[in-house]
Design a protein around this ligand. Structure first.
Ligand SMILES: *Cc1c(COP(=O)(O)O)cnc(C)c1O
Length: 402
């Protein structure tokens, strides 16, 4: 006799952040740009300079003096590596539990990714990557995965010891902090994404932040064809700063800048609410002795509910039960490490074979595979939160074998 599987029901709420709060203000901001007919950030019939204004406010929020808005989070990572001065063929250490865009960005910057273990925080094992450092290593890219800062202090200490650059991937952690400092501004550069699932969004978009004016200058020029408008406004291209070099077009449009400035206002109260929801649910279930993903800085997180189960099967059962109850839940990246992707495994880049098959990271595979992340939404009502806590209680007590 087999028990019929519970049928998934539609989720009770959207597991979205900034997009769940989308409103009249975003529409008005976009419309204003459309009416100005000045959609290009550097000039137009009646320029509103919305991207400039967004960059300024974003830099302040991210705790850095400089920000450059670009077309995506992947573009931000590529620009940051180039801004930091990555030499062709240099290695970048990337945690194995991350989005494919990290690998794509390294490849676009003509670097070679090297995959490092995670720990139970699901972020880079803070000191477990040191043995990967070679004389070709240029940078390490800690990823602030799912609303939680990676444990940066030990990462920085190892990096400094070897003279490596630290590029923070804060794509999933806009507004999150680590020991009182906003993520993205702690290492040598930070990259953010404004794709529709991220904390603030214009559908697509990204930003690089840095304290270093020379890095800022190189990023600003690279995303603009090497400085088509950033350094040639007054006449001669490429003479304003540094050696001229060739770039790409990874610029942000004025519509995106206008919408993101509105979304940025929503960010701090939204993160407070999501952090509260996570805290409420944990407190409600405290008697169950659940194993939550340990966060290097829970106070600064952006609201995360991730459980560590005994094994992959238990994680699958929990996801099935929660989904059936209308609670969005899943294992991040379906439990697959980034280098299990066939193109990454074989090193297939657009310009040939970039690297040989990276080794398996079984411990990281096991940790990611037995994790379950519950999706939270910025528009969740108190009823949704109560339902979530009740469903989680029923699902974990059911999943433990009663
Ligand atoms: C979303 C994301 C990116 C890339 O952002 P896009 O804007 O989609 O290019 C990079 N890294 C991580 C960890 C992400 O989640």
């Amino acid at each position: 006799m087999t028990t019929p599987l519970p049928q998934p029901t539609a989720p009770r709420y959207e597991p979205l952040r900034g997009l769940a709060l989308w409103g009249e203000e975003e529409k008005a901001a976009a419309l204003e740009v459309l009416e100005s007919r000045s959609l290009f950030r550097y000039y137009g019939p009646a320029p509103l300079h919305r991207v400039d204004a967004f960059e300024e406010r974003f830099a302040a929020l991210a705790g850095a003096p400089h920000a450059v808005a670009v077309s995506s989070g992947t573009a931000a990572l590529t620009c940051a590596l180039i801004g930091l001065g990555i030499p062709e063929g240099a290695e970048v250490i990337v945690p194995a539990a991350t989005f494919l865009g990290c690998v794509n960005a390294v490849v676009a910057a003509r670097g070679v990714p090297v995959f490092a273990d995670i720990d139970e925080s699901l972020t880079l094992d803070p000191t477990g990557w040191e043995h990967l450092v070679t004389d070709r290593t240029f940078a390490v890219m800690p990823v602030h995965l799912h609303q939680a800062a990676a444990d940066l202090d030990p990462v920085l200490a190892v990096a400094r010891r070897h003279g490596l650059r630290v590029l923070e991937d804060a794509a999933q952690a806009c507004g999150v902090s680590y020991r009182g400092r906003p993520v993205g501004s702690i290492g040598d550069a930070g990259a953010f994404s404004f794709q529709s699932e991220k904390n603030i969004t214009a559908g697509e978009g990204g930003a690089v932040v840095t304290h270093d004016p020379a890095v800022h200058d190189r990023v600003a020029r690279y995303q603009d064809q090497g400085g088509q408008f950033t350094t040639s406004r007054a006449g001669d291209r490429g003479t304003a700063a540094g050696e001229p070099f060739l770039g790409a077009n990874l610029r942000m449009t004025e519509i995106a800048g206008a919408v993101l400035a509105v979304q940025l206002e929503r960010l701090p109260p939204m993160l407070r609410r999501l952090r509260d929801i996570a805290r409420t649910v944990r407190a409600d279930l405290a008697d169950l002795g659940l194993r939550w993903r340990p966060l290097p800085d829970e106070e600064g997180s952006g609201g995360d509910l991730t459980l560590l189960l005994d094994d992959r099967m238990a994680a699958r059962r929990l996801v099935t039960a929660l989904t059936a109850a209308g609670v969005p839940a899943g294992t991040l990246y379906q439990g697959r490490l980034v280098h299990q992707n066939p193109a990454v495994r074989t090193g297939r880049t657009p310009w040939g074979t970039g690297w040989q098959a990276p080794g398996r990271l079984r411990a990281s595979e096991a940790i990611l595979g037995r994790s379950v992340t519950v999706g939270l939404g910025a528009a969740m009502t108190d009823d949704d939160v109560a339902h979530l806590a009740k469903s989680l209680r029923a699902a974990v007590t059911g999943a433990s074998g009663e």
